[in-house]
Design a protein around this ligand. Structure first.
Ligand code: 13P
Length: 255
């Protein structure tokens, strides 16, 4: 399986900044066939970046889209529009769930719409700090995972990438709020166990599982060698070219 290094730029970089960053990144990296480097800029940047993209090195991802193809949905963009523009789309990021109130039903429809339009959904799941404190992690993971997959057929599950992003470990500045490889391995095991129970052993092994939450060059090696982890979903560090390329180098080394 490939290693996925995905930069989620969130609401950062305007079209000009994104374009400058992309050019620099493309200069710095080669075509690493076993590493899938993905950047997910804001929706406004996708069109222009797609025209400048060296697809042998980098793939484009969207951060979100709506599940209806067209209609009276002011402010939304659809997976139908993204078709041909991006290879991936992040779905159900915790910032969408908690700031924009997306629930598992909405997330499931988005996963299905992505698959329908031949875009690989990166389904984000993860518990909050209080859910972890109350011992609810396993239930949250199960609900968000199986809930998110509930609108697609079993044959399409292996087309999904799952990203485990514990909400408490995102944009963390304190060491205590950085997930340890052991904590991640435990949840990765839960993810594969759930997939295995519902969709069978083969599918559970085929679904890539990424980790996200304050990934930096200093911890990327440990995360990438955590059992069951096939890549990283990176926020803050993906905005800093040196850090992002350092993480890609680490991925190459540990491969
Ligand atoms: P940070 O790497 O900034 O913690 O963000 C993680 C994230 O939410 C990626 O989707």
């Amino acid at each position: 399986m490939k290693t996925y290094i995905v930069g989620n730029w969130k609401l950062n970089f305007n079209v000009g900044e994104a374009s400058v960053y992309l050019h620099k990144l493309q200069k710095k990296i080669a075509n690493y066939r076993d590493i899938e480097v993905v950047v997910a800029p804001t929706a406004l940047c996708l069109q222009s970046l797609s025209l400048q993209l060296d697809r042998s090195k980098i793939k484009l991802g969207a951060q979100n889209a709506f599940y209806q193809d067209f209609g009276a949905f002011t402010g939304e963009i659809s997976f139908a529009e993204l078709n041909g523009l991006v290879k991936y789309c992040i779905v159900g990021h915790s910032e969408r769930r908690y700031i924009f109130h997306e629930d598992d039903k909405m997330v499931a429809k988005k996963v299905a719409a992505a698959i329908r339009h031949k875009i690989t959904p990166i389904l984000c799941i993860g518990e909050t700090e209080s859910e972890r404190a109350f011992g609810e992690t396993a239930d949250v993971i199960r609900d968000q995972l199986l809930g998110g997959l509930s609108e697609i057929g079993a044959e399409d599950v292996s087309k999904v990438i799952v990203a485990y992003e514990p909400v408490w470990a995102i944009s963390s500045t304190k060491d205590a709020k950085i997930a340890t490889p052991d904590e991640i391995a435990e949840v990765t095991e839960m993810i594969r166990k759930n997939l295995k129970e519902v969709y069978g052993a083969k599918t559970s092994e085929e679904v890539p599982v990424l980790f996200g939450g304050s990934v930096k060059p200093t911890n990327a090696g440990a995360y990438l060698t955590t059992p069951g982890i096939n890549g990283l979903l990176i926020g803050g560090a993906s905005l800093i070219l040196e850090q992002f390329t350092d993480i890609i180098d680490i991925a190459k080394r540990v491969k």
